[in-house]
Design a protein around this ligand. Sequence first.
Ligand SMILES: C[S@@+](CC[C@H](N)C(=O)[O-])C[C@H]1O[C@@H](n2cnc3c(N)ncnc32)[C@H](O)[C@@H]1O
Length: 292
Amino acid sequence: MVSYQRDSASSLSDKDFDFICQFAYQQAGIVLNENKREMVYRRFARIIRERKLNSFAQYCQLLRDNPEQEQRYFINAITTNLTSFFREQHHFDYLAEYEIPKILVENAKKKRIRVWSSASSTGEEPYSIAITFVETMKDKINHWDVKILATDIDCNVLNTGKEGIYEYRKIAGLPENYIKKYFVKLAQSKEDKYQVHKNIQKLITFKQLNLLHQWPMKGPFDIIFCRNVIIYFDKKTQQELFERYNKMLKPGGLLILGHSENLGSYQQYFDNVGRTIFRKPLIGQATNVTYS
Ligand SMILES: C[S@@+](CC[C@H](N)C(=O)[O-])C[C@H]1O[C@@H](n2cnc3c(N)ncnc32)[C@H](O)[C@@H]1O
């Protein structure tokens, strides 16, 4: 095994690496550079082994010959899916303290709320959103039409999200009463596994969506989460996406980014109301409010 890996490492030529970078950019907008060479090697050496291919060159030829058939495996291998329940807790605190009470007043007539988790990975993010809504709205949630759309490009992580089954270590950091109320221990599992309660699951729809492609939904959304995904894209793709997110939000709606992300020059079209929390202004341009 070790010698196979050494052979494969030497066979990841500059030409094959450049081709893989180009394919990742075309298919998913993901920008890879020299720093990612080791990661590319590790992830694709595994695929090459699984597919019983001999070299990176052979794998690149397969991508050239059958791009449509191969793109799913390729994308699942290239994406970084790191996430966790209540990651960046301050976003959920903002929803509970300000945004949900505000929406309950503003949407009181229609009793309808729409949220989009646009790079939902294995589901921890949309489930954290759903739990925050249930905790904040309490019984009211049964009388409102609350829907959370969870999308990702990677179909493996979406399947995990749909199932909603997690090892105990993934939920161990949650408050004890959350585990009791919102998770069900699976009796037949070897390790401790927990499934998200169906009352939480029913609020969420998981769908595959490449952010670079057309978006089939109409919106408007009250809140959009776009966390820890735009860092993989170049500036041009980021700015195009921000414009599309802006159109998908209702006036006054929220766009939430990840901890190391910012809107760049698109900031002028939003007000910065919290740490990486941006509000689409009600009319016209933003007043350039900046959170500090
Ligand atoms: C690091 S995870 C972020 C998960 C979650 N939003 C969070 O912050 O915890 C990034 C996710 O973006 C997804 N992704 C990457 N490129 C994408 C694209 N072009 N369209 C949709 N999702 C994409 C990956 O599959 C991955 O699950």
